[in-house]
Design a protein around this ligand. Structure first.
Ligand SMILES: [Zn+2]
Length: 276
């Protein structure tokens, strides 16, 4: 889409090291290069640790640059691309690319920086392996129904049981249900959970197609694409902090923390929250 083409030329480097050793000549540069690669390897290790910790039922472990699943599948953590544009990251993220932008847990102190969309870089092979390909009817067998805000709204929604996402969402539902009426009003009716569809501006499967996402009350929603976006996108949000905090506590990230904000959207991504 127009917005992503606009940002397509912005390069995001593979790492963020400031090289300060030029005056030390070739030997000094060699040392810096070694330090940089060690730091980069630390970041890969930390990312893989976070995944294995977050998904203990499906992931068995990792080595320096591969992720091992409990069924024996091995996946590369990264690819050979040293730098990718924002659009490339949205469309072709490696497993480690998913961690390029840290997710800021807790109340937002300021609107997200340009193109800071923590959690929107998703490795399709990883998520399809984890939750199934909805086009092949692999997701729906894992979906279970639960009553959303049973004391307040109570209609049935469908969410995956893989990784216990249904149980985590049931806990979210109970806690939101106990909030004051004027706060929880933003959480119902749900605008949808499972939906086998691609994301309009990336062509990649939506997290809704894996059964791990929920949209809340459309009437309280703000979405970047509905705002003027020929230039900088003006941030807007009406989702109460109390609701966001409950979702984050149970492993769900919030689309309101993206520059390309989608404030009714929450998805199960415990690896970005360190809660599991
Ligand atoms: Zn959504």
């Amino acid at each position: 889409m127009r917005d992503n083409k606009q940002h397509g030329s912005k390069r995001i480097g593979a790492c963020c090291f400031v090289v300060t050793g030029w005056i030390f000549g070739a030997a000094g540069l060699a040392i810096l290069a070694t330090e940089a690669s060690l730091l980069a390897q630390d970041k890969v290790g930390a990312a893989l640790d976070a995944l294995v910790t977050a998904y203990p039922n499906t992931l068995a472990g990792h080595d320096a640059n591969t992720l091992r699943w409990r069924d024996g599948t091995v996946m590369p953590a990264s690819d050979s691309a040293e730098s990718k544009s924002f659009t490339q990251l949205l469309q072709h993220a490696s497993i480690v690319d998913q961690f390029r932008i840290p997710y800021p847990r807790g109340p937002l102190e300021k609107p997200p920086d340009v193109d800071a969309d923590p959690g929107r870089f998703r490795n399709t092979a990883f998520f399809t392996k984890m939750y199934g390909d909805c086009q092949k009817s692999e997701v729906s067998p894992h979906l279970v129904s639960l009553a959303w805000l049973p004391k307040t709204w109570g209609k049935s929604i469908r969410i995956t049981s893989v990784n216990g996402v249904d149980e985590h969402l049931r806990a979210v539902s109970a806690e939101i249900d106990a909030l004051p009426d004027k706060i929880k009003r933003a959480a119902y009716p749900s605008a949808g959970t499972y939906n086998c569809r691609a994301i309009a501006d990336t062509g990649q499967p939506s997290p809704h197609s894996y059964g791990i996402a929920i949209d809340l009350n459309l009437a309280f929603s703000d979405y970047w694409y509905w705002r003027p976006h020929d230039g900088p996108i003006a941030y807007r949000n009406r989702m109460p902090e109390e609701i966001v905090a409950i979702f984050e506590k149970h492993g769900f990230i919030w689309g309101g923390k993206w520059y390309h904000f989608d404030t009714m959207h929450f998805e199960y991504r415990p690896e970005l929250l360190g809660t599991q």
